[in-house]
Design a protein around this ligand. Structure first.
Ligand SMILES: C[S@@+](CC[C@H](N)C(=O)[O-])C[C@H]1O[C@@H](n2cnc3c(N)ncnc32)[C@H](O)[C@@H]1O
Length: 354
């Protein structure tokens, strides 16, 4: 059986890397032999001679992992046993730490609390909350209701980064994981990042920890999110992150950045702030919601035009889909390679790093 053999201290990091590449064979157990660890893989990874000292080997027979039953199957069975209708079982849910967030199917509305209890027991959660109506307002505040369990504050670990948050106050979108990890792989240690809408550190902390840029300025206006941002910086020892409390229009530094992150659907309104933050040439990542047929195409043309009006020389504009937001709407990122033009030097805000 194909395996990657690594020294034990590097095993967890390599496993995560392989997992990201979709190469770990989940049906077999990791096995320790003579101080080295064999990680079962589905195919040869691009790892040989890697910085971890990993190599691809024939690992012989690796013990099979006991396959847990599909939780959807168990849920359907348990709900039926409780007398809930067949279609009451939620098809999807989001797990953030030990809290499960789900939409209650209309057929289960009358028995929502029973549904919450069964889901909590089957998924071994501490709390189950209903996502009542999505997120709202400039702070993207979730509208949730506790169905079962106790406490909505949790710690969610994603790609080795620990995010503390209260799911009743703060949104978290697991669908943006690929965007978070790919960005961290592109930023260089000498560079400076300005995150205009940092939240609890969704982008700022993974980039700071993985890419080790010289500094990440993280602006956040919501006091509740800001408190978690500070806590998460400490928790992940991301000492290169500078948290800036308040409206990014007032707090974002000018003339410092190679990367400007705009993880908010109101981002186009703040393009002048982004352009001003550039040191010279850099990349501005503008998140937005666009009709499906506009990505790629109109999305990048529109954002590039808005950036030019905000004072940028746009050298390149590319759009990529992050996830589907609604049947005909896409959450996409328009990435601009841009230079701060003469007009981008004017405007309000601090004139340099605080
Ligand atoms: C939607 S969240 C970030 C989501 C995250 N990028 C993701 O994709 O999962 C955006 C954050 O921007 C913050 N925010 C909104 N307007 C702001 C402003 N003018 N200045 C700074 N932060 C702001 C909100 O409070 C919120 O925490």
């Amino acid at each position: 059986m194909l395996a990657v053999e690594v020294p034990a201290p590097a095993a967890e990091e390599v496993r995560r890397e392989l997992h990201r590449l979709g190469l770990v064979d989940p049906s077999r157990k990791m096995t320790k032999r003579d101080g080295r660890v064999l990680i079962p893989v589905k195919g040869p990874p691009p790892l040989e001679g890697s910085r971890h000292g990993g190599r691809v080997v024939d690992g012989g027979v690796l013990e099979a992992r006991d396959r847990p039953r599909d939780p959807r199957e168990v849920l359907a069975e348990r709900l039926a046993a409780e007398g809930l209708p067949r279609d009451a079982s939620p098809r999807r849910w989001e797990r953030l730490g030990d809290v499960v967030v789900l939409r209650v199917p209309s057929i289960a509305r009358e028995r929502a609390r029973d549904l919450g209890r069964v889901v909590g027991e089957v998924l071994h959660a501490r709390t189950v909350v209903e996502d009542v109506s999505g997120v709202h307002g400039p702070f993207r505040t979730p509208d949730v209701r506790v169905l079962w369990g106790d406490g909505t504050e949790t710690e969610h670990v994603e790609d080795g980064i620990r995010f503390r948050l209260d799911v009743a106050k703060i949104m978290f979108s697991s669908g943006n994981l690929a965007e978070r990890t790919s960005l961290a792989a592109r930023v260089r240690p000498s560079e400076v990042v300005v995150d205009l809408f940092a939240g609890i550190g969704y982008f700022a902390i993974p980039v700071a920890v993985r890419a080790r840029p010289s500094r990440v300025y993280a602006c956040e206006a919501n006091p509740a999110a800001f408190a978690y941002l500070e806590a998460n910086i400490r928790r992940n020892r991301a000492s290169n992150v500078v948290p800036l409390r308040g409206d990014c229009r007032e707090t974002a530094p000018a003339g410092v950045a190679e990367w400007v992150l705009m993880g908010h659907f109101d981002a186009p309104r703040y393009l002048d702030v982004a352009v001003r933050a550039l040191r010279d040439e850099g990349r501005i990542l503008v998140h937005g919601l666009f009709p499906r047929e506009d990505v790629p195409g109109r999305a990048e043309a529109e954002v590039a035009a808005a950036a030019r009006s905000a004072g940028a020389d746009v050298l390149e504009a590319r759009a990529r889909v992050v996830k589907s937001y609604a049947p005909s709407i896409r959450h996409a990122v328009v990435e601009l390679r841009a230079r701060r033009g003469p007009k981008g030097l004017s405007g309000r805000g601090p004139s340099g790093p605080p």
